[in-house]
Design a protein around this ligand. Structure first.
Ligand code: 5SP
Ligand code: FE2
Length: 218
């Protein structure tokens, strides 16, 4: 079953608990939490204390996307906050292999995100340490940007790598996905779809989640 991960980046930050409840009730199995530090990306969002507060409202999977420099310093904080999957950027740290190992050692699933300018080849020597690959289909930092079509090619490459290495990978796509292109993204091989503005910017959030899940699993 392909899964939707609504990104709370586009929700009302003063009512995140309600936002989570709404999308979970509509059938979204993941909640995607975007953490930005104003250094790795030109925007600042939320940190571990807000993630910990949100955890109490999340029944499903809390999927934390770290867009921060020096992620190693915060892995334990996000474990304590209740993250199920912790995703770090390949570009954000010198010793990414060690970081991925540390995430698993703390008992979380490890996610590895690749910026649009980073080739899939970098996964070759990291794949055994990775539970989820996140292909960024926009440059990280903001919601509501346009989908970069080359991401589809990268998703196909990740899928092929998973098959070749016998790994049952979670393949996540993040950025610019809406009802109009979600099937294309799933057909390329993605099985976890992040959507922020397309979900929380919709008139009927609940119906939009249901429509996503339907299109993704047809
Ligand atoms: O990580 C990010 C942005 O850097 C995302 O998770 C966004 O929140 C996706 O927003 P939309 O493109 O779906 O509006
Ligand atoms: Fe994200």
């Amino acid at each position: 079953m392909n899964a939707l991960a609504p990104s709370i980046l586009s929700a009302d930050f003063a009512a995140l608990g309600e936002a989570v409840k709404l999308v979970e009730h509509a059938g979204a199995p993941y909640i995607h939490v975007d953490v930005m530090d104003g250094h790795f990306v030109p925007n600042i969002t939320i940190g571990a204390p807000v993630a910990a507060a949100l955890r109490k409202h999340i029944n499903g999977i809390m999927d934390v996307h770290l867009m921060i420099e020096n992620p190693d310093a915060y892995l334990e904080d996000f474990k304590a906050a209740g993250a199920d999957i912790l995703t770090v950027h390949y570009e954000s740290t010198k010793h990414i292999h060690r970081t991925l190992q540390a995430i698993r050692k703390l008992g979380m699933k490890s996610g590895l995100a690749l910026n649009p300018g980073t080739p899939v080849e970098v996964l070759e020597c990291l794949i055994d340490e990775v539970d989820m690959v996140l292909i960024m289909s926009v440059n990280p930092g903001f919601g509501g940007q346009s989908f970069i079509p080359y991401a589809l090619e990268k998703v196909k490459q990740v899928k092929a790598l998973g098959e070749r290495t016998g790994r049952d990978l979670l393949i996540q796509v993040d950025g610019g996905v809406g009802l109009q292109n979600v099937q294309e993204v799933v057909n390329a091989g993605a099985n976890v779809i992040v959507a922020g503005s397309a979900v929380f910017g919709a008139q009927d959030v609940s119906a939009t989640v249901q429509e996503f899940m339907k299109l993704m699993n047809e």
